[in-house]
Design a protein around this ligand. Sequence first.
Ligand code: PLP
Length: 372
Amino acid sequence: MTSPKNMLNNIQETLLMGPGPSCVAPTVYDALSKNTLGHLDPYFIKIMDQIKVELQKLLQTENPLTIPISGTGSAGMECCFVNLIEKNDPVLILINGVFGKRMQDVAARLGARVDTIEFEWGTPVDLNKVSEHLTDKHYKIVAVVHAETSTGVRNPVSEIGELLKGSNTIYLVDAVTSLGGIPVKMDEWNIDALYSGTQKCLSCPPGLAPVSFSGKAVAAIKNRKSKVPNWYLDLTMIINYWEGQTRAYHHTAPINMLYALYQALNDVHSEGLSAVFDRHLKCHKQLVAGLENLGMQMLVEPEYRLPMLNSVLIPENTDEAQVRKKLLTEYRIEIGAGLGPLAGKIWRIGVMGHTAREGNIEKLVNTFSEIL
Ligand code: PLP
């Protein structure tokens, strides 16, 4: 049997250009390898406090309850819904891809009365339809995915926030793929609850889910009639570890992942938010031009395209799985397949975080031109 040492030593460097995880920055790998401290060590608590501040800056929010949840993006999704929903609460989910569908599943499992408005995959949420729907019925929560990773569509999050302005509806947004790649302005866009993940545009491995809750969302949690039906994600308890003079143990924090997030957030802020967003956009344009040059077409209309997730139509008479296999085994480049109705029709090319660099785009486009 191969020893673990050999197994690990044989891990090949791979250019991660799929829907996530993306490449991890060397600074972040370095942070991961630092000595593990105890979860109540005052030095570690200082790092936790810094992470909150850096996350607030990234989310452009003043919400005090802005913390990373232990777990991947889906844990962030569960955390938002499980803390906000009580049985029979009316919830509206706007769906145009896999992750909107996942929200529906999570909310329904919690006993919410879930309504959905569905839009064709590859197109954005239509504001007129949402607006019409909201005049007919009042919802406790309206939820949408900002960057739909299954299609490469950017949804009009700020405009939906405008529709909900002044109402007591809680506006919940999935920013797993958008955070760190395009602006996310939580306060300006009236977002009340938001979750994200570390493995997309933050150049970190998977493992943490930043979340943030507005005063309105916190009040809804405090005014619950029933206990949060999930122990691990119950914010009323987690808060006691992340806030206050004296911290109380809830669960053992994933210490080294938090070092990684701390470093990644510092890297983003040292580069500067607008420079980071520009880099993603520049790489996206370079990629689209390169693919179009090879005769390929994008799925999404230019104005709704995400810089960090590019859906390209598979050229006719192409064995798409074979191409992905060849890219991975011969060139160590990973790209993603289509999901659901888009399976076999598109490839999903991620340009996220540390992956979003000119040389990487050049490498993929050149490789495509060689093998297609
Ligand atoms: N939401 C979106 C938009 C995603 O892209 C993903 C993962 O790809 C998730 C939620 C779920 O995150 P995770 O796979 O980290 O649990």
